[in-house]
Design a protein around this ligand. Structure first.
Ligand code: PDD
Length: 277
């Protein structure tokens, strides 16, 4: 397979040609944060919000990086690879390379950056979710590359024939494996509130900022019980947009395809994505 175009420490080259030291703290500690910036027909969606979140993630881990350079590299990757197509840029910033592995980092390390561009097509897979206990750390608001809990939970779900997870803490839903969650019930659309137990998704934010009034979208604690009664459960992320959950393992939920509130919101949101940026 042809190698994707990447950028590593400012140099643009095929991802297969990038060489990193095993002493990189990205490798030994996942001492790194990242972003995924979506492009629709070659246009970046909410790039400023993504860059702001990256800035916040860097601040949270005390990583000092010039985000204006990141912005230029993201735009250059998109220009070279995505052109007028749909895709995304993955971009991560890590602490740098140690002489010897040490939890304490030296203050003079040079941060490392890595990004790549890839196209995305539409997937028509049925989304079947497993409900799981959220075993992640206490700072899920930081977009860290340390995602082992998500990887473990999602792969266990996959062994059981599911391709998504819905995580909860003490019965209250947090989010899905790599997306935020919304629950449509009667005249309301609910999503768990923003705190350190979830990632403040940009897609989630765009929905709340632009459609909460017209579609009655509310940030409220969401108990697992809601899933049984829900009309529609859907996920949001930069790569998925708004994606319906078709089925939940061991749960009475069934997706109501004719739900007007949901279908109208999805149409309005897709139109917004195509026109607002
Ligand atoms: N994931 N929650 C988690 C745990 C996520 O990993 C993501 C994004 C989201 C949605 O955020 P946004 O709307 O900003 O994409 C919520 C990205 C796409 C990923 O890891 O691939």
């Amino acid at each position: 397979m042809e190698s994707l175009l990447g950028v590593f420490n400012g140099e643009f080259l095929p991802v297969n040609d990038i060489k990193i030291s095993p002493m990189s703290r990205a490798y030994t500690f996942a001492d790194a944060v990242y972003e995924v910036v979506p492009y629709i027909k070659g246009k970046a969606i909410a790039l400023d919000l993504h860059l702001n979140r990256l800035r916040r993630s860097c601040e949270a881990i005390q990583l000092n990086v010039d985000i204006s350079i990141v912005e230029k590299e993201i735009q250059e990757l998109a220009y070279q690879v995505l052109m007028n197509d749909n895709g995304y840029i993955y971009y991560q910033l890590s602490r740098g390379t140690d002489a010897v592995r040490n939890h304490l980092y030296a203050n003079d390390l040079t941060p490392e950056s890595f990004g790549y561009a890839t196209l995305i097509g539409k997937s028509n897979n049925q989304q079947i979710a497993k409900i799981v206990s959220d075993i992640r750390w206490g700072r899920c608001d930081i977009k860290s590359t340390a995602l082992l809990a998500n990887v473990m939970l999602m792969n266990q779900a996959s062994i059981e024939g599911c391709n998504e997870i819905i995580m909860h803490r003490d019965g209250y839903i947090t989010e899905a494996g790599s997306s935020n969650i919304f629950i449509v019930k009667d005249t309301k659309i609910l999503t768990p509130p923003k705190d350190s137990r979830i990632l403040a998704g940009i897609t989630r934010e765009l929905l709340l900022q632009n459609f909460s009034q017209s579609f009655n979208i509310l940030e409220e604690p969401c108990h697992l019980d809601l899933l049984t009664e829900a009309d529609v459960v859907f996920l949001t992320s930069s790569t998925k947009g708004m994606l319906v959950i078709d089925e939940i393992q061991n749960n009475a939920y069934s997706f109501n395809q004719n739900n007007d509130l949901f279908t109208q919101l999805r149409a309005a949101f897709n139109n917004f994505l195509e026109t607002a940026f």
